[in-house]
Write a protein of this length. Structure first.
Length: 627
């Protein structure tokens, strides 16, 4: 119904309300004056409608606020009617009693009309009238137990698309004991989280065992513990959550609920950030992502595409990975202007051609070799990709007129003991040196391990558990920082967004707040428990010894840097002295050694460069020349 039709309906209801009010209050027959007064009352309602435009609120989404506005409209209609009748037709049978009765009836009619409309829209009119219990109308649907506060559960149940007609809610378990017994849209709060086991036992005794449990918040999920969650999974109960801010790339037709991944169960509660700065960063801009088919690069593509970029260029050297991310983006965002480019960042001429053709405004350089052990065994390839590939990208980005270059780095670049970490440390300096100056800004974002990425211990441990063990660890004291891939990428985008709007370019490296480091052996134990098994009894854990280049702990700030808060979830590691300049001859020498496969020479030159870059004193703030 259009706005004009709604206004006409409101006026008609006001007309009827005055007639009903006159009849109910003073019990008098209708006369010509009665019709005149009802017409004037309708006129008053029309004036109020034009002044306050109550009809603009969609009837099918009526809320408590809308009902209060309707009551206000009825009261103002009565007041306007009294003014009009005093000026044009003094006196009314029944006086104020008739007007008050008309106002109440008008408010009731307006509210009832919207309640019926919303009930029809949500297909719950008969359900609300006839339902005797929460799940009685949908015995064939899987039963859902909701974990969250009463306000969170009510907001979820209020949304018609929340359940997607896939589940029948049978109850709510709240963190607050005082909410026990409350009823939310026909669904009862059965108890508190502290009494979860007894609530679950009562449901099973009543034949209402839940097929799935929905966690409305991460804090509610974290109170359960790995052992209990593992037991539920072993019993066949699905653990669900809603799509949140870290799933900005989800398609419009994606179900509201999805199964919780083991990576989310292992991680700490994610940092929650406002997505608007990220949308402002990429909206209407041409964006290019290198390493677009990798773990971080593909998630960058998802979130950038969902944030409304003008064009997305996906660059990768892997045909397989590039094919899959291009197809995924095409399915989720069919109208997005996009292009895939099969390109190795080590090929300077090819990189230059792609950048010149695509003319990106913002470039995210995620292409890198990241496996510590593999790069340790193939140092020449690691240097050619991580160092020289970064130089090629920085030079091409500057040449094509890009406004911003963001390099994805790693905590292994701090005090590096591996070739991979050393190559990324030099890459940080190279990106700044070859991309800095002029109109293009350069951001370096450094963070630790991401759960579920290629090379993460999580898929390795999962496969070892699936085989019945044992889980193999290099050292009992090894610990690492962890976060999920969507959260890491969300923070990367936020960090770059802050860099874009800052008055001055960053003086240092942006680092992500990774929380407290996690011991890998504790991670292994939790993964075993999440499968409903017992560490040491069902699955053994074996220590194999540290591998070449592996450290017990990682940090995000080096000895010649100091950390300062940049924004929630983001720190900046600022150098104590200006960064030295690496001579072109030094990189050319490194390139030549890598080309001929001189692994010993590459290692020596690479770590010599790193030591120069890590010097604390001002005596080393000079140009690093070829030796």
């Amino acid at each position: 119904m259009g706005h004009a039709g709604k206004i006409a309906t409101h006026v008609l209801l006001a007309f009827v309300a005055l007639l009903a009010g006159r009849y109910l209050v003073i019990d008098m027959p209708f006369t010509r004056d009665t019709l005149l007064q009802a017409t004037l009352y309708g006129l008053a309602a029309f004036i109020v409608e034009l002044a306050f435009r109550v009809e603009r609120a969609p009837w099918r989404f009526v809320s408590a606020t809308d009902h209060l506005r309707l009551l206000r409209s009825a009261v103002l209609t009565a007041a306007a009617f009294l003014v009009i009748t005093r000026l044009t037709h003094p006196g009314i049978d029944g006086g104020l009693r008739t007007v008050a009765g008309a106002a109440l009836i008008q408010a009731a009619l307006l509210s009832a009309l919207r309640v019926i409309r919303r009930s029809l829209h949500e297909r719950m009119l008969l359900d609300s009238v006839l339902r005797l219990g929460p799940a009685s109308m949908h015995p064939a649907l899987p039963r859902l137990l909701i974990i969250g506060s009463a306000s969170e559960a009510e907001a979820f149940l209020r949304a018609p698309a929340g359940l997607g007609e896939r589940y029948a809610p049978i109850g709510v378990v709240s963190p607050l004991d005082r909410e026990t017994g409350d009823e939310l849209r026909g669904v009862c709060v059965l108890g508190s989280i502290a009494d979860f086991d007894s609530v679950l036992a009562r449901l099973r005794d009543s034949g209402l065992s839940p097929a799935a449990i929905l966690f409305l918040t991460d804090s509610a999920m974290s109170t359960f513990g790995a052992e209990r969650l593992g037991r539920l999974k072993t019993e066949g109960v699905r653990l669900l959550r809603r799509h949140g801010v870290v799933e900005m790339g989800a398609a419009a037709n994606t179900p509201q609920l999805r199964e919780i991944s083991i990576e989310e169960l292992l991680s700490r509660p994610p940092v929650r950030l406002d997505p608007e700065p990220v949308r402002a960063l990429v909206s209407g801009r041409r964006v290019l992502v290198t390493g677009a088919g990798g773990s971080i690069g593909s998630e960058l593509c998802r979130q950038i595409a969902a944030s409304g970029c003008a064009h997305l260029t996906m660059v990768d050297a892997s045909e397989y990975n590039l094919f899959h991310i291009e197809r995924e983006i095409a399915e989720r965002h069919p109208l997005l202007s996009r292009r895939e480019a099969l390109c190795d960042v080590r090929d300077a001429a090819r990189v230059q051609r792609v950048f010149t053709e695509m003319k990106p405004d913002i470039i995210f350089h995620a292409a890198a070799l990241k496996h510590v052990t593999l790069v340790e065994n193939h140092p020449c390839e690691g240097v050619r990709t991580n160092v020289l590939g970064t130089r090629n990208v920085a030079v091409a980005a500057k040449a094509c007129g890009a406004a911003h270059l963001a390099l994805i780095s790693t905590d292994k670049a701090v005090a590096p003991t591996s070739v991979m970490g050393a190559a990324k440390r030099v890459a940080e300096a190279v990106a700044r040196q070859y991309g800095g100056g002029g109109d293009m800004r350069v951001s370096i974002v450094r963070f630790g391990n991401v759960l579920g990425s290629a090379g993460s211990v999580v898929p390795i441990f999962k496969s070892q558990i699936a085989r019945g063990g044992p889980i193999t660890l290099t050292h009992a004291e090894v610990e690492r920082y962890f976060m999920t891939i969507p959260e890491a990428v969300q923070l990367v985008l936020r960090a770059v967004a802050l860099s874009m709007i800052a008055s001055e370019p960053e003086a240092g490296v942006l680092t992500l707040e990774m929380g407290e480091p996690v011991k890998i052996i504790d991670l292994a134990r939790r993964m075993i428990e999440l499968q409903g098994l017992t560490p040491g009894r069902d699955i053994d854990i074996q220590i194999t010894g540290l591998r070449p280049g592996e450290k017990l702990t990682e940090t995000l700030v080096d000895v010649n840097e100091v950390a300062r808060l940049k924004a929630p979830g983001i720190m900046e590691a600022v150098r104590l002295a200006p960064a030295p300049i690496i001579a072109d001859e030094r990189l050319a020498e490194l390139d030549a050694l890598a080309e001929v496969g001189d692994e010993a020479g590459v290692r020596a030159r690479l770590f010599a460069l790193v030591e120069d870059l890590r010097q604390v004193g001002p005596s080393k703030v000079v140009k690093i020349r070829a030796s």
